[in-house]
Design a protein around this ligand. Structure first.
Ligand SMILES: N[C@@H](CCC(=O)N[C@@H](CS)C(=O)NCC(=O)O)C(=O)O
Length: 80
């Protein structure tokens, strides 16, 4: 399973981050500097036109919906 997690510390991405860590889901983390327009454009532009975190890219498909839905989705995703 390939999973990439776009996040920023102290943001709405935190609950998803905790879910991934607590469940031991393997993922690649991409830290985004929300104070930098350039960093947001470079990292989030290709996966979320709203330039917001969190974003989970699962098998190449970005999931951008609410933090709560993402946490629920992470809990349901089988771990390898
Ligand atoms: N509805 C989104 C909201 C995400 C959101 O507002 N993220 C903020 C961080 S807490 C963000 O990325 N802000 C960047 C910006 O507005 O430049 C969700 O719940 O996933």
């Amino acid at each position: 399973m390939s999973l990439t997690f776009y996040y920023a510390p102290m943001s709405t991405a935190s609950t998803v981050h905790w879910s991934l860590e607590e469940l031991g889901v393997p993922y690649e983390g991409v830290r985004v500097d929300l104070s930098s327009s350039q960093d947001k454009a470079e990292k989030l532009g290709p996966v979320n036109p709203n330039l917001k975190v969190p974003v989970l890219v699962h098998e190449g498909v970005p999931r951008r919906y609410s933090v709560r839905a993402k946490s629920r989705w992470v809990r349901r995703t089988p771990r390898s």
